[in-house]
Design a protein around this ligand. Structure first.
Ligand SMILES: Cc1cc2nc3c(=O)[nH]c(=O)nc-3n(C[C@H](O)[C@H](O)[C@H](O)COP(=O)(O)O)c2cc1C
Length: 173
């Protein structure tokens, strides 16, 4: 059958979790830092699960691991901001994925947004959101945000694919 032949064209890994992650990593994404303000403190983490959901109303989503230390902050604050990173912010992508929360913002140029969350000043684009809906999904929670403000500037976009950071290169038309 045609379906079987299509599958046989590709190498068949052993279906392990490592193979599964490797297959998923072939999908190239941008890189964002999502932030929130909760109980008088700023929280931020690197995130590449960001996506647009709806244009009218303006809804976006991202997913957070249930085990993340900032889970309560993001799910209870009712708001978040998304900064889409530029190629010169690769270091920040690493900084916001590791270490304790207080040290993540050290030395980072930020702006306080109307929704009280921090935006990384050098980001290519930002989306300020109010939490619209929380959807449980396995070992993650999906946060759907209603966009209250957004903007962008002319900078090159940081990419992430097959566990490496990179840069988008348009093909010749
Ligand atoms: C490129 C990249 C993308 C990531 N995307 C996500 C994501 O979408 N959701 C998530 O929960 N963690 C993601 N992470 C991992 C978190 O940034 C990391 O676990 C962070 O330490 C979570 O912070 P916390 O545990 O202190 O809350 C990503 C990490 C990297 C390097």
């Amino acid at each position: 059958m045609t379906d079987d032949l299509a599958v046989l064209d590709l190498p068949r890994p052993d279906q392990s979790q490592a193979d599964y992650k490797r297959a998923l990593s072939c999908f190239a994404t941008g890189v964002t830092v999502v932030t929130t303000r909760w109980e008088g403190a700023d929280w931020g983490m690197t995130c590449n699960s960001f996506a647009s959901v709806s244009l009218e109303p303006r809804l976006v989503l991202w997913s957070i691991r249930r085990a993340a230390s900032s889970l309560d902050a993001f799910t209870r604050s009712g708001r978040f901001s998304v900064s889409v990173l530029s190629t010169n912010q690769q270091g920040l992508a690493r900084q916001f994925a590791t270490g304790d929360m207080a040290s993540r913002f050290i030395g980072v140029e930020v702006n306080r947004q109307k929704n009280q969350c921090l935006r990384l000043s050098d980001a290519v684009a930002f989306f300020d959101c109010e939490l619209h809906e929380l959807v449980p999904a396995g070992d993650h929670l999906i946060l759907i945000g209603h966009v209250s403000d957004f903007g962008w500037q002319d900078k090159s976009v940081l990419g992430f694919c097959q566990s490496a950071f990179g840069q988008f290169m348009p093909l010749p038309a």
